[in-house]
Design a protein around this ligand. Structure first.
Ligand SMILES: NC(=O)C1=CN([C@@H]2O[C@H](COP(=O)(O)OP(=O)(O)OC[C@H]3O[C@@H](n4cnc5c(N)ncnc54)[C@H](OP(=O)(O)O)[C@@H]3O)[C@@H](O)[C@H]2O)C=CC1
Ligand SMILES: Nc1nc(=O)c2c([nH]1)NC[C@@H]1CN(c3ccc(C(=O)N[C@@H](CCC(=O)O)C(=O)O)cc3)C=[N+]21
Ligand SMILES: [Mg+2]
Length: 303
């Protein structure tokens, strides 16, 4: 029995981050400008605060200009829209990220549509979604988590994924749908599964590549996965871990990791898999956005 390849997202993210750092220094040398990122957090979701802190820290490490706007959960929609307008007009801000989910009294899609597409470093604006799905992804900003997941797949399997059967479990706008678009563009045969999918285990058994983005702890079992398949576990689920002490928690993915050990080809751990890639791809998008706004409009995304 051979051990599967552990896809080390943390290590791969570090190499991507180094490359971003080099390119950001070049940009600074030639224009005197640093990429600028604004992160907007509405309300006090502890999980969101972890990610926002991590984004802020990575941006600072890379020498980016980084600002964080933390607004109370009671913030009115018009106030948030006003802030987006200000950030849209700020020449030092090249990327805007509004942390999701937003409180229910705010219309998420209205907020995302107001962000200038060229500053939309999450890739959620309809213009970026359209560019990605119509095969013009070199002109788009691509959602960070699926893009990071694709890089992990290519580092593991090589750059040619054509003809592979890929099953994406989950169809959200943040992960599942853009992941499916990216894999289709790599000429995979793509199946998107969701809560109404019949016979999910059998659908997954046909997959050479499984991308799990469900949000249900360890829902995908080891015996659903074909021998030798590559598994990208996007899920981040925080479970109580009383064995670590009172009030402690641990993170698990959407895939039963241990059950996969005996037969999968390669698998991402949680934590240390997709999560760190999401953060660096946000920095990559911010750099791409800055380069375009500072007069390198023909530039392709750097990753
Ligand atoms: N590592 C990272 O950087 C990131 C991690 N995440 C994590 O990824 C996971 C998914 O996030 P997100 O896409 O936002 O989640 P959503 O809740 O928006 O979407 C979940 C999807 O899973 C589907 N689903 C739910 N239950 C089942 C089921 N029993 N069988 C099959 N499909 C099911 C839903 O189907 P339906 O559409 O029919 O309801 C839906 O399409 C979460 O754990 C989240 O924390 C998210 C973003 C970034
Ligand atoms: N507008 C918007 N864009 C997002 O990209 C976005 C969002 N809203 N809302 C929430 C989700 C979730 N998300 C994660 C980012 C990093 C880790 C990450 O770094 N995870 C570490 C562990 C971190 C920990 O210990 O909690 C890891 O997996 O190793 C996880 C999840 C981005 N999201
Ligand atoms: Mg969601």
């Amino acid at each position: 029995m051979t051990q599967p390849t552990l896809i080390d997202g943390k290590a791969i993210a570090a190499t991507v981050r180094d490359e971003i750092g080099r390119r950001a220094s070049e940009l600074l040398a030639s224009t005197g400008k640093r990429p600028g990122l604004a992160v907007v957090l509405v309300g006090e979701d502890p999980a969101s605060e972890v990610y926002v802190r991590s984004k802020d820290r990575t941006a600072n490490e890379l020498g980016f200009h980084s600002v964080k706007h933390t607004l109370p959960a009671s913030t009115g929609e018009s106030h948030l829209l006003e802030l987006i307008g200000t950030l849209n007009d700020d020449p030092d801000i090249h990327g805007i990220l509004v942390q999701l989910p937003l409180p229910s009294h705010i219309d998420e899609s209205k907020v995302l549509r107001l962000i200038k597409p060229e500053k939309d470093v999450d890739g959620f604006h309809p213009v970026n979604v359209g560019l990605l799905t119509s095969g013009e992804k070199d002109h788009a900003l691509i959602p960070c988590t699926p893009h990071g997941s694709l890089i992990l797949l290519k580092r593991t399997l090589g750059s040619d994924l054509s003809g592979l059967n890929a099953v994406v479990v989950g169809r959200s706008n943040i992960v599942g749908k853009p992941m499916a678009s990216l894999l289709l563009q790599e000429s995979c045969t793509v199946t998107v599964a969701h809560s109404r999918t019949k016979d999910l285990p059998d659908v997954i058994r046909a997959a050479d590549i499984v991308v799990a983005a469900v949000g249900r702890p360890e829902m995908i079992r080891g015996d659903w996965i074909k021998r030798g398949a590559t598994v990208i576990d996007v899920g981040i689920n925080r479970l109580p871990a009383p064995e670590k002490g009172e009030g402690k928690t641990r993170l698990v993915g959407d895939v039963a990791f241990r059950e996969c050990q005996s037969h999968v080809g390669a698998i991402t751990p949680v934590p240390g898999g997709v999560g760190p890639m999401t953060i660096v791809m946000l920095m990559a998008n911010t750099l791409t956005a800055a380069r375009r706004q500072l007069g390198f409009p023909e530039d392709k995304p750097i990753f």
